[in-house]
Design a protein around this ligand. Structure first.
Ligand SMILES: [Zn+2]
Length: 355
């Protein structure tokens, strides 16, 4: 038993080492911010540091897993670094303090456990802290994750701070739903729009492992997800099983389809977890219908789920383009309902019966 644990530990260490080395070798490409893609954004942020043109508020916006938090982290590191050359040196006091989580003027705000919104109290608390003079004379930074969850009073409280900025303070808001951030806050912020990263670019950053190509294409241009899969291949295998399950679903009876949904959703008891499962399922379905469309257009080289290409090709013979577009519209509509707190199980049941 112990031997197995030691073996697993060594495997974990060596794999992480390989991953780290790979990033290190690729670092040069991104001028020491080890991020996959987003070259223009990185250049803009690095230039703003060297030119000393730092805004009071930024909104890093784009779909999940693109690397928004990672870019924010390196932006903050380079902003605090004493060299002020757009990079981080990892040697100065600011770099070391930030790396050890003891830089006194950095605050992170996000959803608290079990809460639906970021509250006004949370914003008031950090606002009062950054109004005091800085410990180091350096930037005071507030990172707000899932900023679309700011309650309206919280957003208004934030707006007040942005309207009367004091000293060197920077707010970085991260969000995958820009529309939910009040226009007043948006208009006071520089919006940094993160776009999907080309699979070929993701591919060059992944260590040479067997599943590398399958992963680079199946993450739908989200490098963050590719990294998670490379770190824990079982997550990718689970994803492949979900795709495979869905491709078999078209031959099932109505009752079997409903059982399939019931089994998936009722794995979790908490509503917010059910929503998360439903959202993951909808994303998988969407990727499969997109692949069906691509295979009909003979754009096989753009297919995301390349590991399931045979099943996708045979399924595409049974569907018309019109029907596939109808299904894609339906799934997008379901995603909207899901984010407006409708019942996840009912949404998926209605949808699966319409396929
Ligand atoms: Zn430094």
């Amino acid at each position: 038993m112990n031997l197995i644990l030691i073996y697993a530990f060594i495997r974990f260490l060596t794999f992480d080492l390989v991953l780290w080395l790979w990033y290190y070798l690729n670092m040069e490409k991104q001028k020491n911010w080890p991020v996959i893609g987003h070259k223009n954004i990185i250049k803009f942020l690095q230039d703003s540091i060297t030119l000393n043109k730092i805004g009071n508020a930024y909104i890093f916006f784009g779909q999940k897993h693109l690397g928004k938090s990672l870019v924010a982290k390196y932006f903050i590191k380079s902003l605090l670094c004493e060299k002020k050359n757009g990079f981080f040196c990892d040697n100065c006091i600011s770099c070391k303090e930030f790396a050890h989580g003891i830089y006194a003027d950095f605050y992170e705000v996000g959803l608290e456990e079990g809460k639906k919104n970021i509250s006004i109290e949370q914003i008031r608390k950090v606002s009062s802290k950054i109004k005091n003079s800085s410990f180091s004379g350096n930037y005071k930074i507030v990172l707000i994750k899932n900023a679309h969850n700011l309650s309206l009073p919280a957003a208004n409280s934030l707006l007040k701070v942005l309207e009367e900025p004091k000293g060197k303070m920077v707010f970085i808001l991260i969000s995958d739903n820009l529309q939910k951030i009040p226009l007043t806050v948006r208009s006071r912020s520089q919006i940094i729009n993160f776009k999907p990263v080309d699979p070929s670019e993701i591919l060059t950053f992944l260590p040479d492992k067997e599943a590398r190509k399958e992963i680079a294409y199946s993450v739908n241009s989200r490098p963050g997800l590719a990294i998670s899969y490379m770190r824990d291949i079982s997550l990718f295998n689970d994803y492949k099983i979900s795709v495979d399950d869905f491709l078999d679903i078209f031959d099932l009876t109505i009752n079997q389809k409903l059982d399939y949904i019931e089994n998936k959703i009722n794995k979790q008891k908490i509503f917010i977890e059910k929503v998360k499962i439903a959202d993951d399922i909808l994303n998988i379905w969407l990727s499969i219908f997109r692949d069906l469309l691509l295979s009909m257009n003979f754009s096989l080289n753009q297919i995301e789920n390349i590991f399931a290409i045979d099943k996708i090709k045979s399924l595409s013979n049974k569907y018309s383009i019109k029907k596939i577009i109808y299904c894609i519209d339906k799934i997008n509509q379901a995603k909207k309902y899901l984010h407006n707190n409708a019942n996840p199980q009912l949404i998926l049941e209605n949808l699966i019966l319409s396929f």
